[in-house]
Design a protein around this ligand. Structure first.
Ligand SMILES: [Mg+2]
Length: 394
């Protein structure tokens, strides 16, 4: 059978939740008061939407073959990413075989080096790469996990990210990760208030349940060290992304300073094999958390994962629903996964990219069985009533 040829690449934007999961209505825990690098300015302290965390919106990349088969993927990046996909990246796909994933990635990355390397451009490349894997799965009628080595276990366990670890325990998750709310200028009182919450969660969940803090790039090394020491008393398992992503030296210092047994994690805003090589070689963290929709897509995540494995380090991808699940199932150094609680009060399990996708699997009792991932590609379709906007064509 002849290998299908890519006929057209299309980039759409969507607003209101979905892959840009910060784009929520009022009252959602994820846009509540959460410490950020902008929270040092009082005007941007109360909600992350105040500084524009939801300004990009969702990017949907669709790729169609000459035989009429379509693959797609969603990530963040919105309209500027749509421009990059349509006006720059599409040329490296159209007319090529659907199997040329490695060459297409290399050309997209090298052609954008002069203005890319990470951030928005890597969001766009990730979206195209994931859509290409989905397309190959549709062509071959195989799930993505089967095309990247196959599952190494029958089911995946999850921890829950959200405001209510106490409720997450009852839903079967192995741990709960809360967002840190205070900034350094609030001093010891801010840490005390957090520790009261952490203490209540510890009392509610018992001694063995994992509790973690996500600090979203908001801290200094000194403040993060104080937070880690205070949390250690209450069995805090890890402190996540305490520092700005470029402060590799600060991460290495923090890791030396935290109490023994406390894990330092980061990587959701890092990209490519070179960014993660730096994190690993400089001893910045105990495991890495790449986002497959931001780090360069699945093609790049496989390389990042191999580098981490050679350092004896785990890869626990940031969020990203099915795009992470298919990867996590295939890697021994990815033994558990993150589930973002997208219910506004973090009190029930809803699909992470809700309301964008159909057939988006969710953990049952904190677990996902491999049979939930047995459909071709990433196994999801766009919701039929989704309002797609195609701002650019080529
Ligand atoms: Mg995080």
């Amino acid at each position: 059978m002849a290998t299908p040829i890519i006929r057209q690449v299309r980039a759409h934007t969507v607003t209101g939740g979905g892959a840009d999961y910060h784009d929520q209505d009022d009252g959602h825990w994820i846009d509540d008061r959460i410490a950020t690098p902008m929270a040092k300015y009082p005007a941007y302290r109360d909600s992350r939407r105040d500084f524009g965390i939801n300004v990009l919106g969702t990017l949907v990349v669709e790729i169609e073959t000459d035989t009429g088969v379509t693959g797609f993927a969603v990530t963040t990046g919105g309209e500027p990413a749509a421009f990059i996909v349509e006006r720059h990246l599409a040329r490296f796909l159209e007319g090529r075989k659907v199997t040329e994933i490695e060459a297409i990635w290399d050309q997209m990355f090298n052609a954008t080096l002069y203005y890319g390397r990470r951030g928005l451009v890597l969001n766009a490349i990730s979206g195209v790469d994931l859509a290409l894997w989905d397309l190959l799965g549709q062509v071959r009628q195989e799930p993505v996990h089967a095309m990247i080595g196959g599952a190494v276990r029958d089911e995946q366990v999850f921890y829950a990210t959200g405001a209510r670890p106490d409720l997450a325990k009852g839903m079967g998750f192995i741990g709960g990760k809360m967002a840190w709310r205070h900034i350094e200028a609030e001093g010891a009182q801010g840490i005390r208030e957090e520790m009261e919450i952490l203490g209540r969660m510890r009392d509610a969940t018992g001694p063995d349940f994992w509790l973690m803090y996500d600090c979203w790039m908001s801290m200094s090394v000194d403040y993060a060290t104080r937070v880690a020491r205070a949390g250690h008393e209450l069995g805090l398992k890890w402190v996540e992304e305490c520092l700005p992503p470029d402060d590799f030296w600060g991460y290495a210092e923090l890791r030396r300073r935290v109490p023994q047994g406390m894990l330092v994690t980061t990587g959701e805003h890092e990209a490519t094999r070179w960014g993660f090589r730096m994190l690993l070689e400089m001893g910045c963290c105990d495991f890495i958390q790449p986002d497959v929709g931001w780090c360069g897509g699945l093609t790049e995540l496989l390389k990042i994962s191999a580098i981490a494995d050679s350092h004896g380090k785990m890869v626990v991808p940031h969020g990203s629903s099915v795009y992470s699940y298919h990867f996590v199932m295939t890697r021994q150094n990815s033994p558990f996964a993150e589930f973002l609680m997208m219910a506004p009060k973090a009190d029930e399990v809803v699909p992470m990219f809700s309301p964008m996708l159909e057939n988006e699997p969710v953990p049952q009792n904190g677990r996902l069985h491999i049979s939930a991932l047995d459909r071709p590609g990433f196994g999801v379709t766009l919701a039929p009533d989704l309002k797609l906007n195609r701002p650019y064509t080529h």
